[in-house]
Design a protein around this ligand. Structure first.
Ligand code: UDP
Ligand code: MG
Length: 142
């Protein structure tokens, strides 16, 4: 399996609820390494741009309002098969369907406030990492 990098966001509700440490612990226990991190508060335009693929869907307005209501923690995670592994550690989008032990099973507050974002494919990972980080600020091995 190849070494990969993926983008992770800890969403506003989990930053506010003091759950950053618990969530990062899940990544580290799962074999992923944090190789870049910063706290940012997205503007409405930035959130709409980041989640552009969901524009027009019924939950879009609620998602943008939620993602801009406080700071998020953006991270680059690195490891073997990191993109898929991160999705497994996160659990299903709907926390009611998330497997026991996953981040969303333990930390999500609702379908929208579901604790974390993770890239879903190599192309989106590259694009989403570049959205938040300059290459020089990523301390990975690839
Ligand atoms: N979302 C929502 N309602 C839905 C589907 C998605 O509020 O019915 C939100 C939720 O925060 C989710 C995000 O929109 O994480 C992006 O949706 P996606 O289908 O890409 O899920 P993810 O990749 O985050 O698991
Ligand atoms: Mg998605």
């Amino acid at each position: 399996m190849p070494q990969e990098q993926t983008l992770s966001l800890i969403k506003p509700s989990s930053v506010t609820a003091n759950q950053i440490g618990g969530i990062i612990n899940k990544f580290e226990e799962g074999g992923l390494k944090v190789v870049a991190a910063k706290m940012v508060r997205l503007t409405e335009n930035q959130a709409k741009d980041f989640y552009g693929v969901h524009q027009g869907k019924p939950f879009f307005g609620e998602l943008i309002s939620f993602m801009t209501k406080g700071p998020i923690l953006a991270q680059v995670l690195e490891g073997e098969n990191a993109i898929q592994k991160n999705r497994e550690i996160m659990g299903a989008t709907n926390p009611a369907e998330a497997a026991p032990g996953t981040i969303r099973a333990e930390f999500a507050h609702s379908m929208t406030e579901n604790a974390v974002h993770g890239s879903d494919a190599p192309e989106t990972a590259e694009k989403e990492i570049a959205f938040f980080f300059d290459k020089k600020d990523i301390y990975g091995t690839i």
